[in-house]
Each structure stands twice: as structure tokens, then as C-alpha cells.
Design a protein around this ligand. Structure first.
Ligand SMILES: Cc1ncc(COP(=O)(O)O)c(C=O)c1O
Length: 452
């Protein structure tokens, strides 16, 4: 299994040939039509057993059965949830990271990889206006990053409330905070103070009113704002929220897992003003910074504090902690072993330059504006709100939830688009999530025509 024998040679040729063909797909088709577990099992059953199988047979099962039963998140026709659009450069380099088993735990083991990753983190921190002292690490996703950040926020509150042992802390959130924030609060045994907002946007005045009306402000630990809500792409009033958080001595967390990439888009940059005050900030490059799964940037204003919370102590780890000047990404989140998952982004950014990223992000914002205008022209459609980023919510007048489901099913069946319906204020609605720079207005028109 670990030597280069004829079977290994056969696999290198076959798997690399498959990967090459996959990389050359332009555009990537949607696929994902089959989800029947019985059909999947017919092909897969029997492959996992005590004995070996010819690699061509196993790869054949993958290509004929597994791959077509996956909807390609990197297709320009994938317009649901939050899509992915990794650059070819980042995908290629991801293969290299895997082939070389590059981990990024400690400076001792992986100084080169960590330095490259940290330069990318610095670039993101600079775009956000965070101080030179800011730092962090890449984790697997926005959920892991939100959890790791809020653990630090809670610990900071605990330390401040010295003597109030056993207190249950709370986070101030809006109803549009991502589900991972709410799940994090459950894990941390924290409660939410949910601020009532108008137009689903957390503002400074609404936040202040909620805190001032609250009966137990001493239990508040953190304000968690969102820079680009998942369902609608709304950027909270970060400057207002930051000011109120500071007034009340609260940790200011900004979840930009989806929308944080807009920091690279001059057309919307001003909407992020105030992000520079964040105590912790999350941005998922596997979403809108065109990195492969899985990659989330987690930054802290005061990394030493985060380190004091997350650093794992064990006798066998003492050796990586000998020199406090050495940066160990493992110390800044809930993990020990970690893939150097920032490297594919580093490679692609270096190859293409930041301007290419700016243009690709602006393309999705432009397309959202054009789609909104097109919706406005069609009498049978209603735009729910002007898009701030790349997400467009709209309704087909007279439709019920079943109409939306049937329309979305047909879109996928016909391989036109993957665009599951969403909800807005309790009503089923349609939702474009634009992210891939090659998604076209022609496709948008075709999708809208199918609602007539
Ligand atoms: C705003 C926001 N936060 C957090 C997450 C969770 O990120 P992940 O799916 O990478 O865990 C998402 C995912 O869509 C998101 O949009």
C-alpha cells in the first residue's frame, strides 16, 4: 500500500487521468440526478471487504455511480445554498497538498506552509483593517470558526466576571445570524438575546435598545454580527454594532463566512465599515474566495488571548511550545491536527493576483443587480429586496410552496440549474445565490422564463 508497485503505477495513471479530465471541464456540469440508495448500493456493495479489488474497478464504481450522484457545487449552474467556485489553480494545488501530506500544526513541523498561510491571513486582515497584531488560522469551515471564536469570547467574559462562577453567559444576535452561531451557543451552554431588526439587518440603535431593555446585561458576553447573511446577503450595521459592543464592554464577533469576500470588492466595501473593530472575524475562502473545500479563515484582534484559550497542553507537545515567537496554527482554534488548507488559496492568489479575485467577486455582485432588474421587468415576479451582495430573493406571484418545489425539481432534472427554494418571513420564495463568475444572464433569463 505504501510502495510504488505496479498497482500504484496503475492508480497514478488512472486517478490523475480522471482528475485531469475533471479539471478540464469548462463548464462543470451539474449532475446529481440519482439519489436512490438501492441503485448506489448495487454498484458499491461488496467493494468494502477483506480482499482487494482492481483499482480500475473501484474507480469505475466512483465514475459511474458516485460522482454522477453528487451535484457539482462548482458548476456555474449551482445557484442554491452557498455555491463553490474554486479556481483551477487552487484545485491543482490542493492535490499537491494532499500528495505531500502537508499539515500545518506547528512552526516546528511546517514553518514554510504556515508562513504562506499567514501571509494570506494578513491579506484578509488588512482588507478588514484589523491591526498588525491580528492573527489566527485556517479551519474547516464557518461553523468551526464561529465555534472557536465564541469559545474565546465566552472565556474573555468569564475572566472579566471573576468570582461569578457558574454564570451562564449570553450572546446578542439578530434572528438572521447563521444557524452555526445558534448551534455554537447550544454547545457552549450560552443563551441568545435576539435583537428585533427591521429589514433583517442588525443596527447599532436596535442593538442598544435591546441591551438597555435587557434585565441581565451583566450576563452578556458577545455581540455576533453578520457581514453577509446566508439567506439574503445582508451586511449588518457593523460600525453601529461595534460602537455599542464597545460601550458595553462586549466582544465583537463578525461572521463573514459568506460575505466577507466582499471586502475585496470596491463597489460594496463601504458597507463593511466598522469591521475593523472586530475582536474576531470569520471569512470562508471555500465560499467566495474561490478556494476548494474546506477552508475558513479565522482572525482574532488579540491572538494571544485566543491562544491562552485554545492551546493544548501535553508533554509530547511541549516541544512545539518552547519558543512563544513561533506561530502554531493549532493554538488558535478547536483542533490539533490540521491540513494546511490555506495553501491552495495562497497558490491561486499568487498565480492570479488579487485584481482577478476582485473582478470575479464583482461579477457576482453585478449579476445579482442585473437579475434583480430583470425580475423587476417581469409582471409575474416580485423582487423581495434589492440585493446587497450576490443573493437575490424573489417571488412568483400566485405560487405555493409546491409550485416552487416542482419548478426547482424540473430545473435540476433538465440540468438547467440547482436552485432549491428558500423562505422569507414564513413564505416560500425563490433564491439565486450567485458566486461563480461564469454564471450568465442568459441562464438567469432561462430560469425566470420557466416560472412564467
Ligand atoms: C454567514 C455564515 N456563517 C457560517 C456558515 C457556516 O459555514 P460552514 O458551512 O463552512 O461551516 C455559513 C454557511 O453558509 C454562512 O453563510
Amino acid at each position: 500500500m505504501h510502495s510504488v508497485d505496479p498497482t500504484t503505477e496503475q492508480m497514478i495513471r488512472a486517478v490523475l487521468a480522471y482528475a485531469e479530465n475533471r479539471l478540464r471541464l469548462d463548464p462543470v456540469p451539474l449532475d446529481g440526478l440519482s439519489r436512490d440508495p438501492a441503485a448506489l448500493n448495487t454498484v458499491l456493495a461488496g467493494l468494502l471487504g477483506d480482499g482487494p479489488h482492481n483499482p480500475d474497478q473501484v474507480l469505475g464504481a466512483y465514475t459511474s455511480c458516485v460522482a454522477p450522484a453528487v451535484i457539482s457545487a462548482d458548476s456555474p449552474r449551482f445557484l442554491g445554498f452557498i455555491p463553490a467556485a474554486p479556481t483551477k489553480a487552487s484545485l491543482l494545488f490542493d492535490m499537491l497538498v494532499s500528495c505531500a501530506s502537508i499539515q500545518g500544526i506547528s512552526w516546528l513541523e511546517a514553518a514554510g506552509a504556515i508562513q504562506a498561510e499567514n501571509l494570506v491571513l494578513r491579506l484578509i486582515a488588512d482588507r478588514a483593517g484589523l491591526p498588525a497584531s491580528a492573527g489566527g488560522c485556517f479551519v474547516s469551515g464557518g461553523s468551526a470558526a464561529n465555534l472557536s471564536a465564541l469559545v474565546v469570547a465566552r472565556e474573555a467574559a468569564k475572566r472579566r466576571a471573576d468570582g461569578a462562577d457558574g454564570r451562564r453567559f449570553r450572546a446578542v444576535v439578530s434572528a438572521d445570524a447563521h444557524s452555526s452561531i445558534i448551534s455554537t451557543l447550544r454547545i457552549l451552554e450560552m443563551d441568545a438575546l435576539t435583537v428585533t431588526t427591521s429589514d433583517h439587518r442588525l443596527t447599532g440603535p436596535a442593538l442598544r435598545a435591546a441591551i438597555e431593555a435587557d434585565g441581565d446585561p451583566a450576563s452578556l458576553a458577545v455581540v455576533a454580527a453578520t457581514a453577509g447573511t446566508t439567506n439574503a446577503g445582508i451586511i449588518d450595521d457593523l460600525a453601529g454594532a461595534a460602537a455599542v459592543a464597545r460601550e458595553h464592554g462586549l466582544w465583537f464577533h463578525v461572521d463573514g463566512a459568506y460575505g466577507g469576500a466582499g471586502l475585496f470588492a470596491p463597489s460594496v466595501r463601504r458597507a463593511y465599515d466598522g469591521i475593523e473593530h472586530a475582536d474576531s472575524f470569520v471569512l470562508d475562502p471555500h465560499k467566495w474566495l474561490f478556494a476548494p473545500f474546506d477552508c475558513a479563515a479565522l482572525l482574532y484582534r488579540d491572538p494571544a488571548l485566543a491562544r491562552s484559550v485554545h492551546k493544548q497542553d501535553a508533554s509530547y507537545l511541549d516541544v512545539i511550545h518552547g519558543d512563544p515567537a513561533q506561530w502554531n496554527p493549532t493554538d488558535y482554534a478547536y483542533h490539533l491536527t490540521r491540513r494546511a488548507r490555506g495553501l491552495p488559496l495562497w497558490f491561486s492568489l499568487s498565480v492570479h493576483g488579487i485584481s482577478a479575485y476582485t473582478e470575479a467577486i464583482e461579477a457576482a455582485i453585478r449579476l445579482a443587480g442585473q437579475a434583480a432588474a430583470e425580475i423587476g421587468k417581469r409582471g409575474y415576479l416580485e423582487l423581495i429586496r434589492e440585493p446587497d451582495l450576490g443573493i437575490v430573493l424573489f417571488r412568483r406571484t400566485g405560487w405555493t410552496a409546491d409550485h416552487y418545489t416542482g419548478w426547482a425539481d424540473r430545473l435540476l432534472h433538465d440540468q438547467v440549474a440547482f436552485m432549491p427554494p428558500s423562505a422569507w418571513e414564513g413564505e416560500t420564495v425563490a433564491r439565486f445565490a450567485f458566486l461563480h463568475p461564469h454564471t450568465s444572464m442568459d441562464l438567469v433569463r432561462e430560469i425566470l422564463d420557466r416560472m412564467e
